[in-house]
Design a protein around this ligand. Structure first.
Ligand code: HEC
Length: 139
């Protein structure tokens, strides 16, 4: 009886595919969250919105939380679907380090409480986005 075996293998393949799809969706969800929070900070930094310490703190915290949730969505096996490039898995240590920097810069930003501190923290965090996307995100 080879039938159950085939069905079993098909079910396994299907659930693995599903897990990949979930990972990708989650990555997009978390990065959209990072993008939304970053947009708020960016407007404050440009003076398009008034600087508000509570709002800035909340936005930095959202970046730190989403970055933390984003990190484990890149397993040992390349799941280079979506916009994530295979280069992530070829340079996983560098990728992880960049992500950790984003998280720690965001936490440092959340600890600031005046506009000068905010601007310094934002200017430190900002290059991380494009720096990582340039090497690890295809559009
Ligand atoms: C360590 C690397 C890294 C850092 C740092 C990083 N990103 Fe990303 N970002 C990615 C990757 C990889 C993707 C593609 C995810 C996918 O599609 O699987 C992505 C996708 C995105 C997307 C698209 C989400 C979607 O699918 O709609 C936005 C928006 C985004 N990032 C914003 C930001 C902003 C803003 C920052 C800085 C505050 C940032 N990212 C920092 C790696 C990074």
């Amino acid at each position: 009886m080879r039938f159950p075996l085939v069905i079993g293998a098909a079910a396994l393949a299907l659930s693995a595919g599903f897990a990949f799809a979930q990972d990708v969706t989650q990555r997009e969800v978390q990065m959209k969250e990072v993008g939304g929070a970053f947009g708020q900070l960016n407007r404050m930094n440009r003076g398009q919105d008034p600087y508000d310490p509570a709002k800035a703190k909340a936005a930095f915290e959202r970046i730190a939380a989403a970055g933390t949730a984003f990190a484990p969505l890149f397993g040992a096996e390349p799941t280079a679907v979506g916009a994530a490039l295979p280069s992530i898995w070829e340079n996983k240590a560098d990728f992880d380090q960049r992500l950790q920097k984003l998280i720690s810069d965001a936490k440092a930003g959340a600890a600031t409480s005046d506009e000068a501190g905010f601007k310094t923290a934002f200017t430190t965090l900002q290059p991380s986005c494009g720096g990582c996307h340039k090497v690890y995100r295809g559009d």
